[in-house]
Design a protein around this ligand. Structure first.
Ligand SMILES: Cc1cc2nc3c(=O)[nH]c(=O)nc-3n(C[C@H](O)[C@H](O)[C@H](O)COP(=O)(O)OP(=O)(O)OC[C@H]3O[C@@H](n4cnc5c(N)ncnc54)[C@H](O)[C@@H]3O)c2cc1C
Length: 387
């Protein structure tokens, strides 16, 4: 009998396992893929995510981002830039990065069994039973950190259909001079798709290019991506594309049941404006471990403290991000022009990515900026209707 079984060895699962094992709990992590495994991800570990890491991940860093170019669709002429002396994000390949975090969990005393998928679970009053492709196990608690396509949320009746965005990406081999041109710099392109953006993130040997959309309407997604890569002179083959859902946070949902907690993508905690998910995966994994440790101490496995902690520490800010996302992607061009004309907005936003600000701060700042413009527009409208 384990104190906790963690399903999934992504950032959420290994963050939980490391904290539990460090506190002396008996932890088993079950991962369906052989590690290290590929994960479709642009691999940007934001400053905010980095501040939550207790492992040294420097050997996984392929580039460190100090500059962001933001452009409108395929227009070279319309670019806003933000440069920071301190790193905005670290770019990693997820296979290497997640492997380092898994090694940290094992070093702390957790057992990781890879190439073993969880098939079904049984939630009982005094334990959780887990059936895998190889065996069955029992634990006092279970953390579902099995990502967007996992089984735990669905089996626990905590899955939220229709709350996901989707993103695709390719890893493009390009000539050395083209790769060098992007060193330390990322490109973010708004406008197409309307409810999302395209990106270019440099890695040490290739460029990561992708596109995400946060709307259920996904018409011509691959065609739009093709237009984006054409504008950069980069070609690829259809089989190079890897796509994956991004379960967005900021809604009303339950993150736990007695003896069971969801963390990371399984809990639907990706940022609804940017799609960033690693930071909240790490954070929720750590909060899940806190909750299990409290339950092991008190014998109260209701896990209700976890619902409150995730809501207060993560989801309340994601609710503001969701509001901002709806406003932004309803009027993307208006916001893009605001970004170009007011460098402060970009600074505030990337200070959020770096972990120095909350969405609440950014929202207040944007509202104050937009209000006079809206008032001017209203005055103009009413005076023209009087004429
Ligand atoms: C194209 C794309 C680009 C992205 N880019 C970024 C980015 O640049 N920065 C960022 O912060 N976020 C990014 N994200 C989001 C980010 O990838 C996720 O939010 C993050 O990986 C969530 O971590 P996790 O630990 O919750 O889940 P995951 O990393 O998905 O890990 C879940 C693990 O569970 C395992 N698993 C699943 N089912 C089972 C089962 N039945 N039994 C056992 N194991 C199972 C999986 O194999 C996997 O290893 C991107 C997402 C996409 C799709």
């Amino acid at each position: 009998m384990y104190d906790s079984i963690v399903v999934g060895a992504g950032p959420a699962g290994t963050a939980a396992a490391t904290k539990l094992a460090q506190a002396g709990a008996r932890v088993l992590v079950l991962e369906k893929h052989r590690l290290p495994r590929y994960k479709a991800c642009a691999g940007a570990v934001s400053g905010r995510a980095a501040s939550l890491l207790t492992a040294d991940f420097s050997s996984a860093v392929e580039d460190t981002i100090h500059k962001v170019k933001v452009r409108w669709a395929d227009s070279e002429a319309q670019v806003a830039e933000y440069t920071s002396e301190t790193p905005i994000a670290y770019l990693v390949m997820r296979s290497r990065f997640d492997q380092l975090l898994a090694e940290q969990a094992v070093g702390a005393g957790a057992t990781i069994q890879d190439a073993e998928a969880v098939k079904t679970i049984e939630l009982e009053p005094k334990a959780v039973k887990v059936h895998t492709t190889r065996s069955k196990y029992q634990a006092a608690s279970l953390i579902g950190a099995d990502g967007a396509l996992g089984v735990i949320a669905r089996q626990a009746d905590l899955f939220m259909p229709k709350s996901s965005g989707v993103a695709l990406e390719i890893e493009a081999k390009v000539p050395a001079d083209q790769l060098a041109q992007w060193h330390n710099t990322v490109l973010v392109s708004y406008g197409i798709p309307r409810h999302g953006y395209a990106w270019l993130f440099p890695k040490s040997q290739h460029l990561s290019l992708g596109m995400g959309t946060f709307s259920p309407r996904r018409h011509e997604f691959v065609t739009h991506f093709s237009d984006f890569t054409d504008s950069l002179g980069i070609s690829w083959k259809r089989q190079d594309i890897k796509a994956h859902p991004i379960p967005l946070g900021g809604g009303n949902r339950r993150f736990c049941r007695p003896r069971l907690l969801l963390a990371g993508d399984a809990a639907g905690l990706a940022d609804p404006l940017s799609g960033e998910g690693i930071a909240h995966a790490l954070h929720s994994g750590s909060l899940a471990a806190d909750s299990v440790l409290t339950a092991l101490d008190t014998g109260d496995f209701s896990m209700s403290d976890y619902q409150i902690a995730v809501e207060k520490r993560i989801n309340s800010d994601l609710r503001v991000a969701k509001q901002l996302s709806t406003t932004f992607y309803t009027l993307p061009k208006v916001f893009f022009h605001l970004l170009r004309s007011n460098s402060e907005i970009l600074r505030w936003y990337f200070e959020l990515v770096q972990g120095h600000r909350s969405y609440q701060d950014v929202w207040e700042f944007v509202k104050d900026l937009v209000k006079p413009q809206v008032r001017r527009d209203r005055r103009r409208q009413s005076s023209s209707s009087l004429r």
